[in-house]
Design a protein around this ligand. Structure first.
Ligand SMILES: [Zn+2]
Length: 394
């Protein structure tokens, strides 16, 4: 963690900004390749830009661990890198005692997990699992207008080959992702490490309000069609709708007025909604309520609203047998749900998948205050090494 502590620091937001296939993330990938190679692992890059570091020959029934190296804008140090670093440290622990895997084993680094650049979370694992149309993915654009196809081509990959990777999927016996906990579950349980039980259903929607751009001084209030009005009401509607449903979450953390001038009535305002709840049905109903409020608010201001679903993932229940087996191997650590999405959640639809969580004493994530104490990180590495050894021996 110390070796990459200065890579991608965000001076304006605080924390780190490391986004899929940008210079920062590419340098982290180079760092990972060097670290893996130092341990005698063979690194390959798959058709979707995910890195695989194999200990021995690739093959079916492989035990796979890993995570991601990218971050949200202004994110913390641990979300993603902790899983990759812990995987390398677990290999160190196994190699130090002369352990020889009886099965194929690899550490994977998934590309653009946070969707911080192209807007779709878990992009590398989604592409691999066939959970996103590759044509739609290739057309995704970052805020500078660069398409995913252009970004991966610049990184030396062939964008035409992106898409479901049956060969990679067929090689996976199980996938175990270690991750910093994004919440307070392990603090409350007094446990340094736990296993994941489920992930909330979650998605992202773009609300585009269109009105009439005009002069802030010369346009009387009664003559305005200001899309900022319904956009602001949407923020309140999101909070209200989620508050009425136990465990639901609705967040608006990004809003973009065009043209975005102090003395200009915006012509359009884009607002991104992140909504999550325990089930698909509840998530959909919360979003429908927010959408209805947005439509009413747009109409009242003489504006138009279009809503685009940018990504969606149904509730994930991790493989119960694998989850229980991991918990038992670790002496009965607790199992807990999470509100955060993960590559493991995408893969869970295809292969047996589990997650280990490491306690986060702040409970904060996707922000610079995200943290894990060194002792808890060590406990995470030991837990990961234990379960990997178990699965690599049987
Ligand atoms: Zn993560």
């Amino acid at each position: 963690m110390a070796a990459i502590a200065d890579v991608g620091r965000d001076r304006s937001r605080g924390g780190y900004s490391r986004h899929g296939f940008d210079d920062v993330e590419l340098s982290l990938r180079e760092w990972f390749v060097a670290e893996a190679t130092d341990r005698g692992l063979d690194v390959t890059c798959d058709r979707n830009g995910n890195l695989w570091a194999w200990w021995g020959s690739p093959g079916p029934g492989a035990i796979i661990t890993g995570s991601h190296l990218d971050s949200v804008p202004g994110g913390g140090a641990f979300d993603g890198p902790l899983g990759v670093v812990s995987a390398l440290a677990a290999v160190d622990a196994m190699q130090a005692k002369g352990f020889k895997p009886a099965k194929p084993f690899a550490i994977v680094v998934f590309a653009e997990e946070e969707g911080g650049r192209f807007g779709v979370a878990c992009l590398g694992s989604r592409l691999m699992a066939g959970a996103i149309d590759p044509d739609a993915a290739r057309r995704l654009r970052d805020p500078d207008g660069v398409s995913l196809a252009e970004a991966v081509a610049a990184a030396g990959l062939d964008p035409a080959r992106m898409g479901r990777d049956d060969e990679a999927l067929a090689s996976i016996g199980c996938f175990i992702e270690l991750h910093v906990e994004q919440g307070r579950g392990l603090i409350d349980l007094g446990a340094p490490v736990g296993v994941a039980s489920s992930i909330l259903a979650h998605g992202r929607w773009r609300f585009s309000f269109t009105g009439e751009g005009n002069h802030a001084g010369a346009t009387p209030i009664g003559d305005r069609r200001d899309p900022m009005l319904p956009a602001s009401q949407l923020v309140l509607a999101a909070r209200a709708a989620a508050s009425r449903v136990d465990g639901a979450r609705a967040t608006i953390g990004r809003i973009q007025p065009v043209p975005g001038g102090t003395n200009v009535i915006a012509s359009t305002v884009d607002v991104w909604l992140d909504a999550r709840a325990a089930t698909d049905e509840v998530t959909r109903s919360v979003v429908a309520e927010i959408k209805a409020a947005g439509m009413d608010a747009a109409e009242a201001e003489g504006c138009e609203l279009t809503v685009t679903e940018e990504s969606y993932g149904d509730t994930v229940i991790f493989d119960p047998a694998l989850r229980d087996s991991l918990a038992a191997q670790l002496g009965g650590v607790p199992a807990l749900p999470t509100g955060a999405g993960h590559d493991a959640g995408i893969l869970a639809a295809q292969v047996p998948t589990a997650m280990l969580f490491v306690r986060n004493p702040t409970g904060v994530s996707h922000a610079p205050a995200e943290h894990a104490e060194p002792d808890d990180c060590e406990a995470g590495v030991a837990a990961l090494a234990t379960v990997l050894e178990h699965h690599l021996s049987i």
